[in-house]
Ligand binder design. Structure first.
Ligand code: ADP
Ligand code: MG
Length: 589
């Protein structure tokens, strides 16, 4: 019980730090102490190590979530996201238990309690879970306090037995929540999810609701631009669609149809901002984000050039052939791809694992991979140009059922293939399809028509043979994986996996989940003849997703009960594997 924990902390007070191991285990709090169970799952080895991992499990009767809030997966995800924020806020409001620290090696240190901190997106997380019996589990870390290297039992006791019950009460019990805010959070997420689910039936790949605030506060902040500065989004009549949402009712907005859509307009008129909003429309948002009514095909993938990346056994022949020195483009590999080869690999890899919409911004592509004008065609042609410009492949891609949304300010050649042209003018979209068609017709036969491609070419599936060449030892973690930032995973000392071009990764908690998935895959593949050995990469991703559907994001974790993971999409998981320099991928025969 709580008093047993108090006694244990008193007993080890002043002893060597290792004595904290005594408090590992489950402590059932009496009703007047909160009535929850505190699990100290793992105690750090010394005051400088990563903080100790704990959970509280609040029985259903105390969590007291109304049935209507937990009646669907989407609602449960939204509630867990909300409680993560409210638990985190309760901790932060009281300073997270950091004391005035006296500093220095011998001084007092530790005490911080922390809960994973979500951003603007509502994702499946491991920070707060609603268990099958309706109890609520919340995970957090505590830096167990020390003076020098000895236990500060009194302080630990005040954190775990005085402050924590207050955080649990304020942050996790339904009765203490702002019911209106929680209900709004859930309904907002449910509406966005419903919008996304309705896209296929409406023939759309993206929808941007009227009144949405697309621009962000700054390049460093994902929060909305201040209302006084931002021009709210409004669909032109010609492209407007009305959708019924379960909570909000009818909403009007711009519907981007399947097929080829261009976003054109002058520089600085808001084109990239539109595409960025579409990119993260694959995730649900918190109320007030400004993008709650923007939803995109969940299989939409941002494509960009990424010179310097590794490419392993990718068939890039739809875009490149006849490379100098006879380099094979049907099974292309390089430790250092160029702009155009990296872009081709990014496209092929996305299609390989099921992308159904490609998102492309002229600001981020290799211009030689996009188009070629009449004069250049006259000078360099036939076998001397290995690159097939992307524009030639757009109609065959559309025929395969893959849509494309492109931001293009510089080349009107794309008018020839576009189904819809949206023109941005001072952040206001208009329908420029008819005008673009007329221009295209007028210029027909003027010489810069590129050769038509009837078929797209091959997308060759690959298997993941191994994640890391070093054998997996029987015990212990033999591959040290550390998530440094949103876009960087460190593997051992050897490799920094650079994910900076993986733009639809939105939270470092997703990156941590990807890092865990790499370790899991490595283990699974190293055991010869394991279930995934020799399977196409796409089936491995199916299996990971199925496990997450069943067990949540915990399914990716090797360590016990992490509280700081969020669900990544299959495309970002694949992106990590594809960029990993130690991974072995082979084409299926
Ligand atoms: P483009 O890609 O057309 O050159 P951007 O999308 O990069 O333009 O936008 C240029 C600037 O305008 C950015 O600083 C962006 O934050 C701002 N901006 C974009 N959309 C809006 C809007 N709806 N209201 C106010 N500012 C916006
Ligand atoms: Mg731009």
């Amino acid at each position: 019980s709580g008093s047993d924990l108090a006694a244990a902390l008193q007993r080890i007070d002043g002893r060597g730090y290792k004595a904290y191991k005594d408090i590992e285990g489950r402590w059932q709090m009496a009703a007047q102490q909160g009535g929850y169970c505190l699990c100290v799952d793992w105690v750090q080895g010394d005051p400088f190590a990563s903080p100790s991992k704990c959970r509280v499990v609040l029985p259903a009767a105390l969590a007291a979530l109304p049935a209507q809030l937990v009646c669907s997966r989407t609602r449960r995800t939204a509630v867990c996201d909300y409680l993560t924020r409210s638990f985190g806020a309760a901790v932060a409001a009281s300073g997270g238990d950091i004391r005035q620290q006296s500093g220095g090696w011998q001084g007092e240190k530790g005490g911080e309690m922390s809960v994973d901190k979500p951003g603007q997106h509502v994702l499946e997380r491991t920070s707060v879970l609603i268990l099958a019996d309706g109890s609520v589990e919340a995970r957090f870390t505590v830096a167990l306090p020390a003076r020098g290297r000895s236990v500060l039992g009194q302080w630990a006791s005040s954190i775990l037995l005085q402050n924590l019950p207050r955080y649990v009460h304020q942050g996790l019990q339904y009765a203490q929540q702002d019911r209106h805010a929680l209900q709004c959070h859930v309904e907002c997420v449910e509406d966005t999810q419903s919008l996304r689910d309705q896209l296929p039936a409406l023939g759309l790949v993206s929808f941007l609701g009227d009144g949405s605030i697309l621009p962000r506060k700054s390049g460093a902040s994902d929060e909305p631009m201040a209302a006084a500065e931002a021009v709210p989004f409004r669909s032109p009549e010609a492209l407007a669609v009305t959708v019924q949402l379960p909570n909000r009712g009818a909403v009007r907005g711009l519907g981007i149809r399947r097929g080829i859509t261009l976003v054109v307009g002058g520089g600085f008129h808001g084109k990239s901002t539109v595409l960025e909003a579409i990119e993260c429309g694959v995730y649900n948002k918190i109320p007030g984000d400004g993008r709650e009514l923007i939803a995109t095909d969940p299989c939409a993938v941002k494509i960009r050039a990424e010179d310097g990346r590794r490419v392993e056994s990718v068939n890039i022949s739809p875009f490149l052939s006849n490379l100098p020195f006879g380099k094979d483009t049907r099974c292309f590999q390089t430790p250092d791809a160029s702009g155009s080869t990296s872009q081709a690999a990014n496209i092929q890899e996305a299609l390989e694992v099921g992308a159904s919409t490609l998102l492309i911004d002229e600001d981020k592509v290799a211009s030689n991979a996009m188009t070629r004008d009449a004069r250049m065609l006259e000078l360099v042609s036939g076998n001397r140009e290995p690159i097939t410009p992307f524009i030639c492949k757009l109609p065959p891609l559309a025929a395969l059922g893959v849509s494309c949304i492109l931001v293009i300010g510089g080349s009107g050649q794309y008018f020839d293939v576009a189904d819809t042209v949206i023109c941005m003018d001072a952040y206001v979209p208009s329908d420029a399809t008819a005008a673009a068609r007329a221009i295209s017709a007028r210029h027909a036969g003027t010489g810069d028509r590129l050769p038509r491609h009837e078929t797209y070419g091959d997308i060759t599936p690959r298997t993941l043979a191994s994640v890391h060449p070093r054998p997996v030892s029987a015990h212990g973690r033999d591959l040290r994986v550390k998530t440094r930032t949103l876009h960087c995973i460190q593997l051992d000392q050897e490799e920094e996996l650079d994910l900076s071009a993986v733009e639809q990764l939105v939270e470092v908690s997703q990156t941590r989940a990807i890092a865990d998935a790499l370790v899991k895959l490595r283990g699974a593949l190293a055991g010869r003849g394991g279930p995934w050995t020799g399977r196409p990469l796409t089936q491995v991703l199916d299996a990971l997703e199925a496990e997450m559907d069943e067990r949540g994001v915990d399914a990716l974790a090797g360590r016990a009960k992490p509280g700081n993971l969020a669900r990544p999409r299959r495309f970002e998981l694949a992106a990590a594997v594809n960029r990993l320099r130690t991974a072995q991928l082979r084409q299926l025969a």
